[in-house]
Design a protein around this ligand. Structure first.
Ligand code: ACO
Length: 332
């Protein structure tokens, strides 16, 4: 597969910062527990900014930094599990806001792996359509829409935010690998609530879908220990599988930008991969876990801080609900 160039990045963090002390006022927790178990000090939370709005703000910044005309964007992929609407997609609203009038637009849902899934998808579009010049990926998440703020073991983890990238075709190094394991769906899920037609006779769908039938709400349900076990294996598996596809030595990667789930997950996974934590960029302390937005938020921050430099080989690696996992190795 031919490669991609990240032309530019952009980001949007809601102004509202919620500290661990703030969390301790709503559930029985404390700053010390949260910091030592997760590495999180604070998270940004939407103060009613819609998901599409955060994505549009991040996208506008990426477009401005790329110095391109939004009319040159042929495709917008928005990664989200927290869209404001069942329909339209967040991608269509981002198209409206950015003036990317020539872009097709759709949402992609692969939870915390969503950004990596979107990069892989964008690369395939670019490789097969010569008329496509630029792809905009925006990952936007309002996890506060689905956080159970009475469950102390999960509500302290999540934050809101968005980040975007402009991609173009390139012959730079690129490889990616995606995976999924639907048998783990029960470990991390949020149900949808739908109306029933007047012709419905059954209370539940009769096929066992593994999720708890007693859970009536649409908030996140998580088996933290199972997710932890999965995540510490998924990161090295995805990174190695992507590297192996082009015979790349994992030690030749300059920087890893992993999904920011929990600092202990990243540390254990780095050890399992045999790579020093010095090569891992993390910003979970200030943002918490923003699902699919976490990798591009970190990518944008690494680029802004000059940690990520042109020519570096960078591994973007995600894992999350589904269960899903994936990695994309890119020359920046
Ligand atoms: N504050 C204080 N105490 C707490 C809190 C809290 N916020 N949450 C749980 N506890 C308590 C528990 O009740 C338990 O008390 P007990 O021993 O009296 O029963 C004790 O702390 C230990 O609980 P554990 O569940 O064993 O804590 P653990 O060390 O496993 O950490 C955590 C829990 C942080 C959720 C961990 O399992 C984890 O990070 N899992 C991965 C979850 C994750 O990353 N999810 C993100 C979504 S998916 C993704 O992004 C990949």
């Amino acid at each position: 597969m031919s490669g991609i160039n990240i032309v530019s990045t952009g980001g949007y963090a809601p102004l509202l910062a919620v500290t661990n002390d703030d969390m301790s006022r709503i559930v029985d927790t404390n700053d010390e527990w949260i910091r030592t178990r997760t590495g999180i000090s604070q998270r940004r939370m939407s103060n009613c900014e819609p998901t599409w709005y955060m994505g549009a703000m991040a996208s506008k910044q990426a477009i401005e930094r790329a110095g391109i005309d939004p009319k040159e964007i042929g495709l917008i992929i928005s990664s989200t599990i927290t869209n404001d609407f069942v329909t339209p997609s967040a991608a269509c609203l981002i198209q409206r806001e950015t003036g990317a009038v020539n872009a097709a637009a759709f949402d992609l849902g692969a939870a915390c792996s969503g950004f990596v899934y979107a990069v892989d998808t964008a690369c395939r579009f670019l490789a097969t359509d010569d008329s496509l010049k630029y792809v905009l990926i925006s990952a936007n998440e309002n996890l506060s829409y689905i956080t159970n703020f009475t469950d102390r073991s999960s509500c302290v983890l999540f934050g809101d935010g968005a980040a975007a990238v402009i991609l173009e075709k390139s012959d730079k190094l690129f490889t990616s690998w995606l995976g999924a394991d639907g048998t783990g769906a029960k470990f991390l899920y949020a149900k949808n609530e739908y109306a029933h037609s007047p012709f419905t006779t059954e209370e539940h769908f009769t096929v066992d879908d593994q999720t708890d039938p007693e859970v009536k709400h649409r908030l996140l349900v998580q088996d933290g220990k199972e997710v932890y076990k999965f995540a510490t294996k998924a990161l090295p598996t995805a990174a190695k599988n992507a590297a192996d596809k082009i015979g790349l030595d994992i030690n030749d990667i300059d920087l890893f930008i992993p999904h920011q789930a929990n600092i202990r997950i990243i540390e254990t996974a780095a050890k399992n991969l045999g790579v020093s934590m010095d090569k891992f960029f993390t910003n979970i302390d200030m943002h918490g876990n923003t699902s699919s937005a976490s990798i591009p938020i970190a990518l944008n921050e690494a680029a802004e801080k000059g940690v990520l430099k042109r020519g570096m080989k960078v591994c973007l690696v995600g894992f999350g609900a589904g269960l899903t996992l994936g990695a994309a190795i890119i020359e920046y």
